[in-house]
Design a protein around this ligand. Structure first.
Ligand code: C2E
Ligand code: MG
Ligand code: MG
Ligand code: MG
Length: 286
C-alpha cells in the first residue's frame, strides 16, 4: 500500500525503497496534511542551544523549533521544515521564530543584559519578497538592535540567486544583522561567493565534527574551513560537539565558538533566560 502512495505521488524510483524511506515519505505526506491546522492551533514551541564563545563575554544561543503534534507526536524540524518550505507554511513558521528571537532579546535586555540569538532562515524565506520587511518590522516592534540577531542560512539558500543574495546580505549587514553559513561544507560551496558575500560566521557541519577522531580527512577538512574563515574574517563555529576530544581538537586549531551536547543540549527558553540573568556564563571545560 505504501508503494502505491509513493507511485501515485509521481515519484519515479529505480530501486525498491527501504522500509525507512517509505516511512519517511509517508510521514512527510501526513505532515503536509496537518501542518496548516497545526499552525492555526499554535502547536509549535522553541528551545535554545548555547553557542559557547571563547572570545566573547556575550551570551549567545541558537533558536530551534519544536513541534509536538497531537496526532503525530514529536516531529523533527529536519522533517517538517522542508515540507513547510514547499508551501506558504514556511512564512508563518519563520515569523514565529523571528518573533520569539526578538522577544527573548528584548526580555533579557530589560533585565540589563545583552544576548545574541541565532535564527535558522530557510532558503524559501530568505528569497521571499516579504523577508526584508518582516525582519525590519519585528526588530522595530521589539526594539532589538540588528546586531543581536544572527541569521543562519545554508549554502543552498545563497546559490539560489547569487546576485540577489549578495545585495540582500550587503544591505542587511550594513544595518547590523549578522549572517552565518550553516552546515558549511555540505552544500555547493563556491569560494568566489564567499569573498563577495557579507558573512560574519561559518558553522562547520556536524558530520565533520562527528568523524574528527576517526578520520584524518575530517581533521584536514576542519582545519581548512578554519583557515578559510580566517581568510574572510569570519568567526568559525563547530556544531555537534559531543566529546572532550573534539572540543580540544577544535579549540587548539583556532575554532572560536563551540556548540553541541558536550556543552549544552537545547533547553527551555525560560530556563536559558534565567541562567543568563544569574550570570551563568557557559564556561569551557577543556
Ligand atoms: P541546524 O540549524 O544545523 O541545527 C543543528 C541540529 O543539530 C539541531 O537539531 C540540534 O538539536 C542538533 N544538535 C545540536 N548539538 C548536537 C550534538 O552535539 N549532536 C547531535 N547529534 N546533534 C546536535 P534540530 O533542532 O532537530 O534541528 C534540525 C534542523 O532543523 C536545523 O539544523 C535547522 O536546519 C532546522 N530548524 C530548526 N529550527 C528551525 C527554525 O526555527 N526555522 C528553520 N527554518 N529551520 C529550523
Ligand atoms: Mg542552525
Ligand atoms: Mg547546522
Ligand atoms: Mg542542519
Amino acid at each position: 500500500e505504501a508503494r502505491a502512495v509513493i507511485d501515485g505521488n509521481g515519484e519515479v524510483r529505480g530501486h525498491r525503497l527501504t522500509e525507512k524511506e517509505i516511512e519517511c515519505v509517508l510521514l512527510k505526506e501526513r505532515v503536509k496534511q496537518v501542518l496548516p491546522s497545526a499552525i492555526a492551533s499554535s502547536e509549535f514551541a522553541f528551545v535554545l542551544q548555547s553557542k559557547v564563545d571563547m572570545n566573547s563575554e556575550c551570551h549567545s544561543a541558537e533558536l530551534l523549533m519544536r513541534w509536538k503534534s497531537p496526532s503525530l507526536g514529536l516531529v523533527s524540524p529536519a522533517v517538517f521544515i522542508p515540507v513547510a518550505e514547499d508551501g506558504p507554511e514556511i512564512l508563518a513558521l519563520s515569523q514565529l521564530a523571528l518573533n520569539k528571537a526578538c522577544e527573548i532579546i528584548s526580555n533579557v535586555k530589560q533585565k540589563g543584559k545583552d544576548v545574541t540569538i541565532a535564527v535558522n532562515i530557510s532558503a524559501n524565506f530568505l528569497t521571499h519578497s516579504t523577508f526584508e520587511s518582516a525582519l525590519l518590522a519585528v526588530t522595530t516592534k521589539y526594539n532589538v538592535e540588528p546586531k543581536r540577531l544572527i541569521l543562519e542560512i545554508t549554502e543552498s539558500a545563497l546559490i539560489k540567486d547569487v546576485a540577489f543574495a549578495t545585495s540582500l546580505l550587503q544591505k542587511l549587514s550594513l544595518k547590523g544583522f549578522q549572517f552565518s553559513i550553516d552546515d558549511f561544507g555540505t552544500g555547493y560551496s563556491s569560494l568566489a561567493y564567499l569573498q563577495k558575500l557579507s558573512i560574519h560566521e561559518i558553522k562547520i557541519d556536524k558530520s565533520f565534527v562527528m568523524n574528527l577522531e576517526s578520520s584524518v580527512t575530517s581533521q584536514s577538512i576542519v582545519k581548512i574551513i578554519i583557515d578559510l574563515s580566517r581568510a574572510i574574517n569570519a568567526r568559525v563555529v563547530a556544531e555537534g560537539v559531543e566529546t572532550n576530544w573534539q572540543a580540544e581538537f577544535l579549540t587548539s586549531h583556532g575554532c572560536d565558538v563551540l556548540q553541541g551536547f558536550f556543552f549544552h543540549k537545547p533547553q527551555d527558553t525560560e530556563k536559558w533566560q534565567a541562567a543568563v540573568n544569574l550570570g551563568e556564563k557557559s564556561t569551557l571545560i577543556v
